[in-house]
Design a protein around this ligand. Structure first.
Ligand SMILES: [Zn+2]
Length: 275
């Protein structure tokens, strides 16, 4: 894949400017080039327009039963033009509109288990400070375990960890590692599939086979379904946690027009600066 972005994405990235309201993060305004268009869906990565995108996700009973947001099969999940999925379009839109990631020189950004389109955009614009890791290496992606990061403490400004913790048995250890390598004031996007109707996370380490995990957790490589105590886990490693409503950040029309998940919230953690 080349490092090129579509015209829509380029103009979006080029036009974000003024600060907005997310505290302690430099946030950019909405930009006129990405105004939602009624009726048509538009991909924020490739500019593909259609009245429908492809369905995406596993049609597993437990996702529906527990009303898991960010899991299960959903209409319009996948862009037929570039293959981007709803969860990476959401994070991309957040980064473009609400942060200075694409306008900050010298940024050190860690992308865990990088999604192809989001990774392409970040690599292209962040440049040398972009670092991608995954359990299995691939071109441009280092082999590294999130629970044992081979990185200095306070060396990273921003981390993107989009639908990763639900795959990791020792998720608290991964959270601690993320906290360790972030600089004071550094922040991370930490999306997971989550059941907002469940107070407690459902996990059972005796469930180990891919088949049993699919039944219990919705996907063969998931080890839990997070409930509302996910935020407590994040706070337990000293993160400040913010749960942001995309509809309030971007407007309901944008959620629809950019084919984002209507109920997915943005979960952003920050390592507090020393007083
Ligand atoms: Zn696309």
């Amino acid at each position: 894949m080349s490092g090129d972005l579509s015209g829509a994405a380029r103009s979006a990235l080029a036009s974000a400017s003024a600060p907005c309201q997310v505290k302690n993060m430099a946030v950019s305004t909405s930009d006129p080039s990405m105004v939602a268009r009624t009726g048509l869906l538009t991909c924020v990565f490739c500019g593909f327009e259609a009245y429908r995108f492809c369905s995406y996700g596993l049609d597993t009973a437990v996702f529906a039963e527990k009303h898991v947001v960010g899991g299960g099969r959903r209409p319009n999940g996948l862009c037929p033009g570039c293959g981007s999925v709803d969860r990476e379009r959401l994070v991309f839109l957040f980064l473009v509109r609400c942060t200075r990631v694409f306008h900050q020189s010298g940024l050190a950004l860690l992308h865990v288990a990088p999604e192809p389109l989001l990774g392409c955009a970040l690599r292209c614009f962040v440049g040398r400070g972009y670092r991608a890791i995954d359990l299995q290496p691939s071109p441009g992606v280092e082999a590294m375990d999130l629970t044992a990061l081979q990185m200095s403490e306070t060396s990273i400004d921003v981390a993107i960890c989009n639908h990763v913790f639900e795959h990791i048995e020792e998720d608290r250890l991964a959270m601690r590692e993320l906290f360790r390598i972030l600089r004071p004031g550094g922040w991370a996007v930490v999306q997971v599939p989550i059941a907002y109707g469940m107070r407690c996370t459902y996990e059972d380490r005796s469930i180990r086979s891919p088949e049993a995990r699919t039944v219990a957790f919705g996907q063969h490589d998931h080890v839990r379904i997070y409930g509302l105590d996910y935020f407590e886990r994040l706070r337990s490693v000293e993160f400040d946690v913010r749960v942001l409503e995309p509809a309030r950040l971007f407007g309901n029309d944008a959620i629809e027009s950019f084919a984002l998940l209507p109920n997915e919230k943005l979960i952003v953690v920050q390592k507090r600066k020393a007083p």
